[in-house]
Design a protein around this ligand. Structure first.
Ligand SMILES: [Fe+2]
Length: 189
């Protein structure tokens, strides 16, 4: 279940309908999908097969041409370097669409002068339209498994804004304390 926050407004929203409505105003699609199609040990191929109907429907909705399964954990080689590509404010030339199967992460969205954070976990589907300024990182357990959709994989290159806005927000996940490098800087949460 997601947690939506507006850090500068001291607002935290945990009710699914309210999260969906608030994000819709920002142009972000949020849905809850069933997780019971596959077991937690299913292969990527089994996941893609089990969610074939949803994957094809999402392709129609967004013009996506392909989908895959990303699966990383704390033991993934070069994980921190991978995360460092996406934890600074950026945009993409295509939508960023994720259905979370396991693990947790936080999307920060900077839209029309408001920053929102969306902590996503198993069962959450989030669609961030192309051109949306955002950044992302994993929660402290450094685990995420998700279905991703692509219009063109080359479009997923991050275009950094260089605004530095991302430095002002601690990626604090609901639950165990975040242990990342920003935790000790005293910046606002
Ligand atoms: Fe991104």
């Amino acid at each position: 279940m997601a947690v939506l926050r507006f850090p500068n407004e001291n607002r935290t929203i945990e009710a699914e309908p309210e999260i969906r409505a608030e994000l819709a105003v920002l142009g972000i699609d949020y849905e809850r999908w069933s997780l019971n199609r596959v077991g937690t040990d299913a292969s990527a191929e089994e996941v893609l097969s089990a969610y074939d109907v949803e994957i094809e429907e999402m392709k129609r909705r967004g013009g996506y041409v392909t989908a895959d399964v990303i699966d990383v954990n704390a033991g993934t080689p070069n994980l921190e370097a991978m995360l460092a590509k996406f934890d600074k404010e950026h945009t993409h030339d295509e939508d960023e669409v994720r259905f979370i199967l396991a693990g947790r992460g936080i999307f920060f969205l900077n839209i029309a002068g408001r920053v929102a954070s969306v902590q996503v976990g198993p069962g959450d589907m989030l669609r961030v339209p192309r051109g949306t300024t955002h950044w992302f990182t994993l929660c402290e357990d450094r685990r995420i498994r998700a279905i991703r959709w692509f219009q063109d994989t080359s479009g997923w290159t991050p275009h950094y804004t260089g605004s530095g806005v991302d430095q002002g927000f601690q990626p604090l996940c609901f639950g165990p304390a975040y242990l990342g490098s920003r935790a000790a800087t005293g910046i606002r949460v």
